[in-house]
Design a protein around this ligand. Sequence first.
Ligand SMILES: [Zn+2]
Ligand SMILES: [Zn+2]
Length: 678
Amino acid sequence: MSSKTIAVHLPDGAIREVPTGTTPLEIANSISPRLAAASVAARLTPVGAAVKPSSAADEHASEAAMYAAEDAAAPRLVDLAMPLTTDTCLELVKENDPDALKILRHSAAHVLATAVLELFPETKLGHGPATDSGFFYDFHREKPFIPEDLARIESKMAEVIARDEPFKRESAPREKALEEFALDGDFMKTHFVTKFTAPGDQVSFYRNGKFVDFCRGPHVPSTGRVKAVKVTSLAGAYWLGDEKNPQLQRIYGTAFFSQKAMDEHFARLEEAAKRDHRLLGKQLDLFSIQELAGAGLIFWHPKGGIVRKVMEDWMREECLRRGYSLVFTPHVMRRELWKISGHEGFYAGNMYTPMELDDAEYRLKPMNCPGHILIYKNSPRSYRDLPVRLAELGNVYRYERSGTMHGLLRVRGFTQDDAHIFCTPGQIEDEVVACIDFAESVLKTFGFHEFLVELSTWDPNDRAHYAGSDENWNLAVGSLQRALDRKGIAYKTIPGEAAFYGPKIDIKLVDVLGRLWQLSTVQFDFNLPARFELEYVGEDGERHQPVMVHRALFGSVERFFGVLIEHYAGAFPLWLAPVQIGLVPISERHHEYAHKVEAELKAAGLRVEVDDRNEKMNGKIRDFANQKTPYILVFGDKEQEANAVSVRTRGKGDQGSMPLAEFIAKCKKLVESQSTEL
Ligand SMILES: [Zn+2]
Ligand SMILES: [Zn+2]
């Protein structure tokens, strides 16, 4: 027997000497059988490799990610049953690990394919990756599946799971595998093996029961680990996206480690569907997208327009209060400018094509930065003028592929609450702290209480990728870190994620459904000040290059509005609500009093609508309630005589009557404090 041993480094620092061929499962069992039972897979990292974050950002399924060769230094996920043959760092992946669910869902895709082949043996297999919310598998059959087949497939999957078949890894020479696939007419498998393996390779297969699939793995130990699974939908897709190719049937599903987790997932989806901003945008008449005008271009209707005005007024006032100057810059600018800024080079794919005028070519702006830079450059600057903070609610236009647009969230024209700060290196830390303060204030004011912060830094081992000196990078990363530390904010550092021109802080808010939204960014830039040769005269009388920071807090006004609509399910707090108070006179003889109340409320700066149609009172109340109006005031003889109003509060119902003056005072207080309560 070979006496060869390997060293397995565990996360607690312990090092185990084990015989080569020992599996992660055996190591887990030697620690505790409970740990072994709770583990799904193992994460291996070469000993001494720099620890990189796991691939949480890389959630998008792609065939390449499934089969492609891996970065040798990156952590690698393997089966618990994979024999270990070299020294390695080993971490057991348990059910609560973000990678565990992906492994489970991909394993569920194998279960789906097993079920499909048992029911429809003539089917040819494509591939079955995990996605953000579940998994799919592509199949090819002469006779397409019908929706009724899905129920049969789902119950067959339950049988495969109940059989608790282990997933076993096997391997075969590539040429033999290709021969067999060709013999069976498995054109998709032939494609994947050809594309993602090299001549002479051994290719890996996974077997559960009689089912075998070409796959790199890893998988959960057995089909029984899939505790909850559901087939969700069926869609057609052309093989390799080409309509000349055969049509495939893509079956979607999702899977979880427990029924409870799956129930919660579907409850969340149902809630999210009710809050869909595209649906509410129509229902509440806030905005539209017009076929005739083009996709991804937003029309703000009067009610959405009012919310936008309130958002923008707040933002502009805050900018002024915090020492920013407000500027406006053109929507189209000469192509020459975009050459100097570098957008013509690295950003051209996102820009609208140039338009030829009599004197030069022009392009729509995709970013506001060059405009602000021209304003900075227009006057000589001394250290005494800095920091210069230029802010603009600037409309930008960016090309997005047709078919990728999504309501207010992904568009071709939008408004950034953009600002650029030009300062000395010594001022930068305070400026970053002020930006974070401002961002916190945006989130709090608009009703978000939770957020996550990420610091994207460079990879110093990949020096050629980044503009700016080492000194600049160290200053920038250091000041971002110190600013976050001074604020006492917990953050995650992501090395190698920075743009080539500087490190950044991203702030992601958490909405009422626990979903993350990337909105605010504070981004350093070493590139543009150099390209535009920006200067200031320092205390020493010499010329220096200022430090430049881009920052946006809403991010995009359109997108932020979309997030607000979903966060509040259209029931905006009083200060943001398009119509704050709906007035309902009971009969015609109360119209005069209703209009008198309307005038008083308007005089107090409140947004009011009177429903003096000849309709039943209950219908009018219902209409205001459907519009999610915060307060509905009903008037009859009694209210009219007492100069009072009968108040119905959204979410609370009939609150009885109250003197008009008292109601106005209450509303004014709620609006001024931007309260989320009624
Ligand atoms: Zn697989
Ligand atoms: Zn910028």
